[in-house]
Design a protein around this ligand. Structure first.
Ligand code: SAH
Length: 273
């Protein structure tokens, strides 16, 4: 159906050639957020190396005979190292396979897609990059939080909650706190207490709104609203789950005025689309 509409519209989606690697963003969960390029890639791939954050429903869109390899991190279990994943991509491409590297969200937003692209370039492996919808934008949207609003903020900052050593990055907290009205944190649940404390010390209000959006765009999506000052306590008592996007700023308060209908995959009853 979708393929027919694409053809009728005269859109040309590229053929997946043997020996190529495509680095593709799958979006944060809801398969409805896959791009047409991503769907085209999933349809044609021989091998799909996927990350932990890729929703299983996206994998179900693959053609029969596609081989799946898990290439992500699972808590408490041994996970492949980045250099091993890169070596596997190169190996499969040299075996003349159509190799799809499928990542949650966007491959270049805290996704290590850059490292893979550098290695593929260095090894002269032909590859494409297909961006995806990043969780930091989709998660707020799914709960009715606009990440920008003309009267409130003119910039957003996307931030990771930890650096390569697993600690909170050594930010200039005053610059971070003053720089943008809206802060969107990825991978920040573990260090949320320290992060909120540093932001308050750097000038953000303890009563400023913060939202935690867990498992965003999936049927298990939850959202929790609190303030910077209470966040650490709330995360503990409410047992807020990971993965979670954390958004701080006045745009969070707009949720009281915005009540969207849920998108199809979040409906309790199956909608016909
Ligand atoms: N490349 C991804 C981000 C990978 S970093 C992207 O562009 O979205 C992993 C972090 O992303 C998680 O710790 C969490 O903060 C966030 N994340 C990814 N998927 C999510 C989801 N469905 N719901 C909430 N947070 C998500």
């Amino acid at each position: 159906m979708i393929r027919n509409s694409i053809k009728q519209a005269g859109l040309e989606l590229p053929p997946f050639k043997k020996g190529e690697v495509w680095l593709v963003g799958a979006g944060p969960g809801d398969p409805g957020l896959l791009t047409l390029h991503a769907l085209n890639a999933i349809n044609q791939a021989d091998y799909i190396l996927y990350d932990a954050l890729v929703d299983e429903r996206c994998l179900e869109l693959a053609s029969q005979g596609t081989i799946f390899e898990f290439a992500g991190k699972r808590p408490g279990q041994p996970s492949p190292k980045q250099h091993e994943i890169i070596a596997r991509l190169i190996e499969l491409a040299r075996e003349n396979k159509k190799v799809l590297r499928l990542k949650g969200g966007d491959p270049f937003v805290f996704g290590r897609g850059g490292e893979e692209a550098i290695a593929l370039t260095a090894h002269s492996i032909p590859f494409r990059i297909i961006p995806g919808i990043t969780a930091g934008i989709a998660a707020p949207a799914y709960v009715g939080i606009p990440v920008t609003s003309r009267q409130i903020n003119q910039s957003i900052t996307f931030i990771t909650g930890h650096d390569t050593s697993g600690c909170v990055p050594d930010f200039d907290w005053t610059a971070l706190a003053r720089g943008a009205g809206v802060l969107v944190f990825y991978m920040a649940m573990k260090h949320i207490g320290e992060i909120c404390q540093k932001l308050i010390e750097a000038g953000r209000g303890a009563d400023e709104s913060i939202a935690f959006i867990s498992h965003a765009t999936t049927p298990s999506q939850t959202v929790t609203f609190t303030t910077l000052g209470k966040a650490e306590q709330i995360v503990k008592t409410q047992k807020i789950a990971s993965p979670s996007i954390i958004i701080i700023g006045k745009v969070v308060d707009l949720v009281a005025q915005i009540t969207p209908l849920p998108l199809s995959s979040l409906c309790e009853e199956k909608c016909k689309v």
